[in-house]
Design a protein around this ligand. Sequence first.
Ligand SMILES: [Zn+2]
Length: 351
Amino acid sequence: MMRTAVLFLLAACAGAEALPVRGLHLGAPKPAEMPLALRFIRDALPKEGVNTLVMEFNYRYQFAKHPEVADADALSPEQVRQLAEACRAAGVELVPLINLLGHQSWARTTFGLLRAHPEFDETPGLYPDNANIYCRSYCPLHPELHAMVFDLIDELLDATGAKTFHAGMDEVFLLGEDVCPRCKGKDKAELFAGEVKAVRDHLAGRGVKLWLWADRLIDGEVTGIGKWEASQNQTAPALGLIPRDVVLCDWHYEAAHPTAQRFALEGFQVMSSPWRKPSVALGQLAQMRDARAHSTAVVRDRMLGMLQTTWVGFGPFARAYFSEDKTPQAQVAEAVLCFRELFREMRTMNQ
Ligand SMILES: [Zn+2]
């Protein structure tokens, strides 16, 4: 009995250690926001206890090899070097993100890759002005696609010196479409897993780890989670097809679904990602701590921590955080509040 109690106490203490990943996800700043961004990285991140900054560049970078892909407000190599240097000085790991496969457009705007290279579109010529779709996808089987995408990834890795790359790949709805002669009729889980593996293998060749949003790997019907935070387009079996060194970012914004535990038990490193609701963020954190406290050492070590998302742009988030915008939009204020409450709670275990 005594021994059991002691073991439980030891396990509880192990779960109470500072989490390995205490992360924040933000869009890359616009060029005019550089001074604000550098100040936020240097002052706010160490103060809050953030040790990982996932920065979503997508095509907002002045790519040297493929300048035609750059979108408006693209950062220069020197500006990205400054962001990376500020992160290093603040003790923060910078993880660059380009959202691959899906999310190649937003509303009527098609992003740089498919704007400059419509031949890579999974549904070329369909959905003018992106009407009646969520986002465009590129075709993962186009024979010339990966050479270009890997060039883009490599340039961002070179500019940042990063050892981890986030490839997004959330909410992919257009996949294996009938209008694509290469993908038509193919198994969607195999298509998704094949793209994950291609990116993972390229990164592994340069010693870089791959992070991914996890929604396409959860069965939305079996879990009842639905088609956004989970998959109802036949991609979920990809979990059994992708290498287990891919790290999963398990985002849920409305409820703290116990999905991270499942990924860890299946052999994947995982973190939980909230957005605007402190109750969801704190619920995810409680589960992360609880699972770490009651798991074997190998499973505990896969439960990496938390990655707070924001989805409001770097400038609006940082200005609201510093109270320099006295009347932020509601979703900006909510994201800042959730960030503050989550990190306040995480700091209680960081000393
Ligand atoms: Zn295709």
